[in-house]
Design a protein around this ligand. Structure first.
Ligand code: 4NP
Length: 163
């Protein structure tokens, strides 16, 4: 991987709903822009509740209907992640704080952000709400937020890195 690769790790709690979706949507947005060779994109969770499990089927089904393939198996954020990724993009404030603390102790210098900082149509909230314990409409709403924010994130990174 070349030195000018921009690495982005999406982070949520379980790594089965929000962050694997953000990973998949962002990868698609990046690929559509012809920039896939410039990025390393992954996702992880701050808990180990679902380690090894595939994405939640409710997430995958909503995404599939919108032409996005959500893949992978849940894994926990590691010290190596926070030391090596350029951007840690969290879905909510709790998870942002966890990775910020981890990064402070790991000797890396990632930029730690919330995904919805890049939502151009934000309603004031900077969080992608956790859909896990809610109904089906929550997964549709999460998909909308993630899609808008992923495009906003790429716009930001294109400007920042002159892509
Ligand atoms: P995620 O959703 O953080 O978006 O993957 C959740 C998945 C599982 C749990 C909580 C949130 N859980 O408590 O098991």
């Amino acid at each position: 991987m070349s030195d000018d690769t921009i690495s982005v790790l999406f982070v949520c709690l379980g790594n089965i709903c929000r962050s694997p979706l953000a990973e998949a949507v962002f990868r698609q947005v990046v690929t559509d822009a012809g920039l896939e060779d410039r990025f390393r994109i992954d996702s992880a969770g701050t808990s180990g509740y679902h380690t090894g499990e595939p994405p939640d089927p409710r997430t995958s089904e909503v995404a599939a209907r919108r032409g996005v393939d959500v893949i992978g198996s849940s894994r926990r954020v590691t010290q190596d992640d926070v030391a090596s990724f350029d951007y840690l993009v969290a879905m909510d404030e709790d998870n942002r704080q966890v990775v910020e603390r981890m990064a402070a102790g790991a000797g890396g210098s990632p930029e730690v952000r919330l995904l919805r900082e890049f939502d151009p149509d934000g309603d004031g909230s900077l969080e992608v709400p956790d859909p896990y314990f809610g109904g089906a409409s929550g997964f549709e709403d999460v998909h909308d937020l993630v899609e808008r924010s992923a495009r906003g994130l790429l716009d930001h990174l294109r400007e920042r890195h002159r892509l």
